[in-house]
Design a protein around this ligand. Structure first.
Ligand code: SF4
Ligand code: SF4
Length: 107
């Protein structure tokens, strides 16, 4: 059974496609990315990929619906059984990419 604690991110799997950002009903996901050209030796021309710079979830707005986890085409978002994100201020509930990624790391 999936324990719905917090939403965690696997940064290497995220392609910055923005699908989760657009589908989140409370608009509590934000991300920034920049394009980079990748040269494959066998390809005729470089291809452009989006490189993730920042990714954050505002857990003061999140309603834990799981839509972002369900719509991500690259399985970059997962439920993690961790509730340890209390904050003394409203802004402190916005969890950055480092925190979201750390929630998937083994204890
Ligand atoms: S669980 Fe729902 S409300 Fe929370 S970030 Fe994902 S889509 Fe948004
Ligand atoms: S839907 Fe998945 S791959 Fe796309 S931006 Fe969100 S986390 Fe990244």
């Amino acid at each position: 059974m999936t324990v719905r604690g917090v939403i965690a991110l696997i940064p290497d799997a995220c392609t910055s496609c923005m699908l989760c950002v657009r589908e989140c009903p409370t608009w509590c996901i934000s991300l920034q990315a920049h394009p980079e050209q990748v040269v494959d030796e066998e390809a005729r021309r470089p291809r452009t990929v989006n490189v993730l710079d920042t990714f954050a979830i505002d857990f003061g707005l999140c309603m834990y619906c799981g839509i972002c986890v369900d719509v991500c085409p690259f399985d970059a978002l997962e439920w993690a059984p961790d509730h340890d994100y209390g904050a003394a201020t409203r802004a402190g509930l916005v969890q950055p990419i480092e925190r979201l990624a750390a929630w998937l790391a083994p204890p």
